[in-house]
Design a protein around this ligand. Sequence first.
Ligand code: SF4
Length: 370
Amino acid sequence: MKYLDEYRDHRIARALAAEIVQRTTRPWVLMEICGGQTHTIMRYGIDELLPREIELVHGPGCPVCVTPLETVDKAIALALRPDVILVSYGDMLRVPGSSSDLLRAKAQGADVRIAYSPTEAVKIARSNPDRKVVFLAIGFETTAPANAMAAWQARREGLTNFSMLVSHVLVPPAIRALMVSQTNRVQGFIAPGHVCTVVGCKDYEDLVRDFCIPIVVGGFEPVDILEAVLMLVRQLEARQLEGGEARLENQYVRSVSYQGNLPAQQIMAEVFEVADQKWRGIGPIPQSGFRLREEYAAYNADRVFDLGEMTVDEPAECISAQVLQGLKKPTDCPVFGMRCTPENPLGAPMVSSEGACAAYYHYRRHAVAK
Ligand code: SF4
């Protein structure tokens, strides 16, 4: 299949790995931002193809993992109201809140429905005029245009029984927060290709300039990841020898342009505005999320249901904060694979299809057990 088979070709992958080995002269710590990239690395054993000097650490790019505990608790509280239909992406149902999850709420009789697109939630609102339909709108820039479109459509139709519980996060401010952290070890980033399909590469230029760090926009297949690593290694090694500036490069040219998807950016800008945002495990990051604009207040579930502020402590034994910042690996967690499994998750990274803990559990737990 074009654009798939050639990006899983083992001969190309081995040739890229060989060049990485040949060019690497010293240790480098590289971070892939996106959980989808982490799963590719684990699934295809890409880290095992790399020289010992290259350490891949995993970033915060799992939307389910960084959705605050408080948002999950609010969603559960709304779902348990008899007048509410709570609509969510399937990934969110098993994410633990402070004492329960949406799946358990559903078992208790809550009307929780899974949607594959936010416009399905609008459709449910249209068909249930006597119920209040709340869509749990989470994600990075990737899902923001579709979520914005749902609010825009509901407003255009004048629906009065639709609202969204919004928890949207943005990648560049998270990279900035990682870079200014005293504990940062990352020397090069693989930026998430799907996010850049929407926003383009341009948002990453400031980061490269401000922190003098190479960033390569990368895809999600094994060859994509290896090529992105090679591009980073080439830059880092060349700068080590000859100096010079860090550069922003685009490995994922088959999907990502410099400007991105302008109509998608337009609908996002019409519905959302940038705001401070709390990230689960990590805490608040300035200007790192989207909230609904004032014109869309009637579609803001926080306002409609007067949910107010909530602060909930993370479970002490879950080290997802360090995992999401690349400071620890899932296998460093004392309860990994024992008290915390996909069937009985203690933290969000063990639930999500993009969570680092789930990736290690599915592809590495046998190696860990030896
Ligand atoms: S293994 Fe479970 S408890 Fe440990 S960091 Fe991952 S999600 Fe949290």
